[in-house]
Design a protein around this ligand. Structure first.
Ligand code: MSP
Length: 517
């Protein structure tokens, strides 16, 4: 029976247009999902949008539109971008969907009845001007709240709290006993340190007088739930089969897919996913074996600085895809960052990588291999006797690729492939088929080379297919290969003796740098 992979990502806030960070995470998860399919898993890939909360309400207010309308418009921008970038998902989690709201409310109701949620009065500093409670983060270096907050007063407020702290020991034990809980491992260490400091419970309600745009508490209509308590639930409310929040028992379809592998950025590991979400699931009765796995990626910065609207350095993935194409953007996002680490975004590097790896290296190999087969053999391949030196290199590339992608390291997996492409191009130079073609005595040697090149290209196309799904279908079409696009088929010898390859068509035309002003 094939393995099952349930891959999900963070759901994106619909408080503004998608940016390059969103695009990176979605392409990363799409590549992981496609890779799992390639290796033979049954895959369900879920992603979506986080539509409630203060940020959305504020952005909608600024534009003078109702939040309902605002999220529809922004959601459409995300959906259109995923289509443009060939991100293909099986499920779409939009948190304003009735199915999701019902699930969140049933969970709240159950936790309330089980006394895992309680009401309490707590005091805090409140900014009258900004209509919000302030925390120590808002204090200036002098320990005071700055003038931007206007009049600040101490206020008491009733709210609902979810019991977090009582799960601390359990969570520490889970983190220690399951190395695969968080990837990469150094993030697991960070999470552990944060859990050590866990003291209080989590306020999960917001009075409607402050925030209306959320899911109402089923047991108190004066409150909506805190946006994270709503958003995190998407991973189970939209899971295949759906989650039975009322009984809490896992029906067979849900259990077949759960637990999920959740791809998130480093900013939302602590406390949201690593603490709140794990404890929410535990409180709902999920077993330790049913805790999800968190794959934590790093951030794209701009010249070392955080990307932000206020700095005006936000990179729009739509513009990049329109200028350079989806393949160039996907390839750049997957090849210029190591999963878990940060990287600096650079349009110049995007262009450089495209031209070097795709246009020059792979494009050139495809073009020269097919044109030589056409020119010297009318496109017909012969499997001459004898081992090709490329065979061993192909096998080594496949196993390095596998090993890297099994641990989410797309960049290193791509390096294994591009190194193999370089080896193939070197092989062309060394064997000089144009010289072999002049010597009738060396006809077998020429067949040998031409077969090895076509066969290598077939394997390269399979390996690149998660990152470049369309272009690699193009390589298969030019090779005229009817073979399977599966990792199992990336074994040497897939093209039969006598196979006829097609004519080369440039797949990755060189792109000149856009003129600078
Ligand atoms: N809505 C929450 C997530 C809820 S999950 C139940 C959220 N949304 S977000 O739109 O702010 O971020 C969505 C994802 O994009 C997060 O995983 C975040 O880490 C990622 N990124 C946002 N900016 C990024 C970069 N500059 N670089 C890489 N990823 C970044 O958080």
């Amino acid at each position: 029976m094939p393995a099952r992979s349930f891959i999900t990502t963070a759901i994106d806030y619909t408080n503004g247009a998608p940016h390059i960070g969103h695009a990176y995470e979605k392409v990363l998860a799409d590549v992981v999902a496609r890779y799992r399919r390639l290796r033979g898993d049954d895959v369900f890939f879920l992603t979506g949008v986080d539509q409630h909360g203060q940020k959305v309400q504020q952005s909608a207010e600024k534009q003078g539109v109702a939040p309902e309308q605002f999220v529809v418009d922004i959601t459409a921008q995300f959906v259109a971008l995923w289509k443009k970038l060939h991100v293909e998902y099986d499920g779409w989690a939009a948190t304003t969907e009735p199915l999701h709201k019902t699930c969140v409310q049933r969970i709240l109701q159950r936790l309330w009845e089980e006394k895992k949620i309680y009401k309490d009065k707590q005091g805090g500093y409140y900014s009258v001007r900004q209509e919000q409670f302030l925390t120590d983060k808002e204090r200036g270096p002098d320990g005071e709240f700055g003038p931007e907050w206007g009049q600040v007063e101490f206020r008491e407020q009733e709210n609902y709290y979810f019991k977090l702290a009582e799960h601390k020991e359990w969570l520490l034990h889970l983190i220690d006993s399951r190395a695969a809980l968080v990837y990469p491992d150094f993030r697991r260490g960070e999470l552990r340190n944060a859990v050590e400091k866990l003291a209080g419970d989590l306020c999960i309600s917001r009075p409607k007088s402050r925030l209306e745009w959320g899911i109402e508490l089923p047991f108190d209509a004066d409150f909506v739930t805190y946006v994270w308590f709503d958003a995190l639930v998407n991973y189970i409310s939209f899971a295949p089969g759906g989650y039975d929040a009322r009984s809490g028992s896992h029906h067979p379809e849900f259990q077949r897919w759960w637990p999920a592998t959740i791809v998130i950025g480093k900013d939302i590991l602590i406390p949201a996913h690593g603490i709140y979400w794990m404890i929410m699931l535990h409180a709902l009765g999920f077993s330790d074996a049913d805790m999800p796995r968190l794959v934590v990626h790093g951030w794209w910065n701009i010249s070392g600085a955080k990307m932000s609207k206020s700095l005006g350095n936000v990179v729009d993935p739509n513009v990049l895809a329109d200028t350079y194409g989806a393949a160039a953007l996907r390839y750049y996002l997957m090849s210029d960052i190591a999963t878990g680490k940060d990287s600096d975004f650079s349009e110049e590097r995007l262009l450089g990588r495209y031209n070097a790896d795709l246009a020059n290296s792979i494009g050139n190999l495809l073009n020269r291999s097919l044109s030589m087969s056409q020119r010297y053999r009318g496109g017909v391949l012969r499997r001459a006797a004898g081992e090709s030196p490329l065979r061993g290199q192909a096998q080594a590339a496949v196993s390095a690729y596998r090993e890297q992608l099994d641990t989410f390291q797309v960049q290193a997996a791509l390096t294994a492939v591009t190194d193999f492409v370089t080896a193939c191009n070197t092989y062309v130079e060394m064997t000089a088929p144009w010289k072999l073609a002049k010597d009738p005595e060396r006809a077998d040697a020429l067949d040998h080379v031409l077969y090895a090149l076509a066969e290598s290209l077939r394997i390269i196309a399979i390996l690149l297919s998660p990152v470049l799904p369309n272009a690699t279908r193009g390589i298969f079409a030019q090779l005229n290969s009817a073979g399977a696009m599966t990792l199992a088929a990336a074994e040497w010898g897939g093209l039969p003796d006598g196979h006829t390859v097609g004519k080369p068509v440039p797949l990755f035309p060189r792109i000149e740098a856009p003129p600078t002003e």
